[in-house]
Design a protein around this ligand. Sequence first.
Ligand SMILES: [Zn+2]
Ligand SMILES: [Zn+2]
Length: 419
Amino acid sequence: MRSFQESEDFVKRLFKSYYLKWRGDPPREYHKREYAFMLSRKGEMIRHISFENWNEMKEFLVKNVPLHVFYSSAYYLQPSAPEMEAKDWIGADLVFDIDVDHLYTSCKEDHDNWMCLDCNFNGKGVAPEECPSCSSKKIESKAWFCEKCIDVAKEEVIKLVEDFLIKDFGFSPSEIEIVFSGRRGFHVHVESDIVRELDQRARREIVDYVKGTGLVLREKKKKLLIPPLNAQGWPGRIARGVYEIINSRSTHDVAKLLCLKKGKGITEIEGQLKKILSKLEGAEGYWMLEGEACKVWLKIAEKAVLNMRCEVDERVTTDIKRLIRLPETLHGNTGLIVSKIKMKDLETFDPYVHAVAFRKDEVKVKIVSMPKIKFLGQEWGPYRDTIVEVPLGLAVYLICSGNAIISDEERRHHAKGDI
Ligand SMILES: [Zn+2]
Ligand SMILES: [Zn+2]
């Protein structure tokens, strides 16, 4: 399809203009890293590349205009060796990936949809593993993100960085870097000598800790030792989680949360909840909970763990040879900048404002479909099969994500590559 190719060329020209002005910082010890690139949507990944001089990276970006740029979280003695075994692994950063793809957000029902490529059966929300109509696994999903999803992901990042990495593990904020992934998530990099040599098993333990996996809570002869709210690590986290659940809900809602039967169940736990709450508020050290209240505590604690744990993608953290997006490069499926974010700016960070690379000009695009989006502070859409003049950044976003092509009029306008 000619117009499709022309849209791709249009995007490539813009990417090139971005890389001509590019001033991205090198990752720590950049010459020990492997770099990888995807030059086209259907092409293979070019990898096993290394740079002795960071200027070579910029030259590569300008010359090849890749759609996706990655670097290894690992450090190697021979980063450009074509066989993984020959690279001589010397260590790796500790990397976490928090992605809206893996988080539950109710707004996905509004802005995501999917279609079976075999029978065209389609639906809203998260794509199923297989088509409910014909069981085909060829499912195309259209995933978007909105303010709500990004806020949920941000909360997970704050939890990970402040509660786990700084408070529990004792990393210094200067060793932690937060990066917007360029699509709908965040990467958290820990660059510290302490983590560098950790093997896969050690990283797996870190993931289990952060996700609260395998936390076993037991009572002994109807007795439970309860931590104070300010206890360190998971004990305090569970106590605070239980407190939060009881304190923010009515007895009726707590009973519902614990799936207790109406009536008798509620009157029974009312007194127990009050007792737990006042004990938690007053306790300065560990205290003993006894009797039937132990069961109530354990049930609430199970829910508290789910609230207090952090949803990280374990495959990313446990992979010691992971390729991860290079900060300040463009994401080829969105055209957004893979952006470094300071912790203090995270709360106000808006990808559709702060990660937009192309901020000037408007162009006409033929939009296949898009939900309502707030882009550069203004609401756009929903659109379906319409030609609209949109900000250049949004046009790039829609073309890169396969939801629009450049309109005929614009094609004539930009045919000479004068953008
Ligand atoms: Zn189907
Ligand atoms: Zn959303």
